[in-house]
Write a protein that binds this ligand. Structure first.
Ligand SMILES: [Zn+2]
Length: 412
């Protein structure tokens, strides 16, 4: 019997058991409130001592790996925020496939019908904060690792399969210090050659091969404060900013249309100015959220914004690029995409299509570091970050089987 046939048969014979493993692990991991917010918001979550507290979920992951005798490495930039990398296969042919899930979640928010941290199973679905993003998929890849180990297929994988449980996906502090994939990649602690990130939703129907870059820019108009009764003695920064906003609204970035990402976007998301009705505002600032496509550089984007500022007669502005990451796109004709399409057709009965996203996942960090990574996984993209977050259990079980088959396909 081939490794593929062994896996197919194992899932046929043990489907209920595997389903139970996934549901139990998801439930246990979701009960841990590994909420990741920026430091500034930490006081709003009195149950947190540090951001994320991913060690709570890491304990569960390590126990599951220990029980299945899966060796793992643990890396942490700070105590309490570990990354666990389970290792399978013979690592003989130099190909290393990483499939990572993240252990942190966004806050529960409001509007839940049930306790967000107590997972409910109803009509084939799980409900709770993190069941989709990303603890359900994490339970699914853990179950896959356990199956590979128990069925002995582990010994037949020529390359290395890295099943990872990572920290710090959901929030980024202004200091830009990363405790998850950014840390692992920057410090060269992990070295996958290819990766599949099950953190996009799309019900496994689409494969994320490109993601826009995200830039946050703050622009401040500098006027001169004066008494509200003598506006002629001041320079009104809000008027000045309104002229710049007109320029920005008409700005057309220079770019090349991308086959799946299309065109860049710009959102003016915040404006602040003025202290009181009887004061001429001395400053006014805005925040721009810009999503770029491949080929656009930081220098050229900032230069085009500076051009807008220069066109405001008598204007005085300060431009501040708060954060920048590049857009990325991979050639859709690659072995990972092909393997996903082939295996999905066999197990799910449809062929996932490639597409591009405005948001970013681990795939961006990896691709920018030279690792071929695509996003693909279970769940409904509309269930991300909302109340009553849900995931279909069948999809989690199917994804576990697909994880095994993809490992065989890509590493043998
Ligand atoms: Zn996520």
């Amino acid at each position: 019997m081939t490794a593929r046939e062994t896996v197919r048969q194992y899932f046929e014979n043990h489907r209920d058991e595997i389903r139970k493993t996934i549901v139990d692990l998801t439930r246990e991991m979701c009960a841990e409130k590994t909420v990741n917010v920026v430091s500034e918001k930490l006081p709003e979550f009195p149950f947190l001592k540090i951001r994320g507290e991913e060690y709570r979920v890491a304990k569960i992951v390590k126990r599951a790996m220990d029980e299945a005798k899966i060796p793992y490495n643990e890396y942490a930039r700070m105590e309490g925020r570990p990354n666990i990398i389970g290792l399978l296969g013979k690592n003989a042919n130099g190909k290393r496939l990483m499939i990572p899930g993240h252990m942190d979640v966004v806050p529960a928010g409001e509007g839940w019908d049930t306790d967000p941290y107590e997972v409910i199973e109803k009509d084939g679905f799980l409900y709770g904060r993190g069941v989709l993003d990303n603890k359900g998929p994490l339970a699914s890849i853990l179950a896959a690792a356990i199956v590979l180990k128990e069925s002995g297929i582990d010994n037949e994988l020529e390359g290395q399969l890295q099943i990872a449980a990572l920290s710090d996906e959901e929030a980024e502090d202004p200091d830009g210090i990363d405790y998850g994939i950014g840390y692992l990649v920057d410090e060269k602690l992990v070295d996958p050659t290819i990766s599949i990130i099950p953190d996009i939703g799309e019900n496994m129907e689409r494969i994320d091969i490109a993601e826009k870059g995200r830039t946050l820019v703050k622009i401040t108009a500098i006027g001169k404060q004066a008494h509200g009764s003598t506006p002629e003695l001041g320079i009104n920064a809000v008027y000045m900013m309104s002229k710049l906003i007109n320029e920005i609204e008409q700005l057309k970035f220079e770019y090349e249309l991308h086959p799946v990402l299309g065109e860049p976007s710009l959102n003016l998301g915040e404006i602040h100015g003025g202290a009181a009705p009887n004061i001429v505002p001395g400053t006014c600032y805005i925040y721009l959220d810009i999503r770029t496509v491949p080929g656009m550089t930081k220098d050229s984007v900032l230069a085009q914004l500076q051009g807008c500022a220069d066109r405001v007669v008598g204007g005085k502005f300060e431009l501040n690029c708060m954060s920048w990451n590049d857009a990325h796109g991979v050639d859709p004709e690659n072995e990972v995409v092909y393997a996903i399409q082939r295996n999905a057709e066999e197990i799910l009965g449809f062929k996932p299509e490639t597409f591009g996203m405005g948001g970013g996942t681990y795939a961006k960090t990896m691709n920018l570091a030279g690792i071929l990574a695509v996003g693909w996984g279970p769940g409904d993209d509309e269930a991300y970050h909302v109340e009553n977050e849900y995931v279909e259990i069948k999809q989690l079980v199917d994804f576990a089987e697909l994880t095994c088959l993809l490992a065989i396909d890509l590493l043998s």
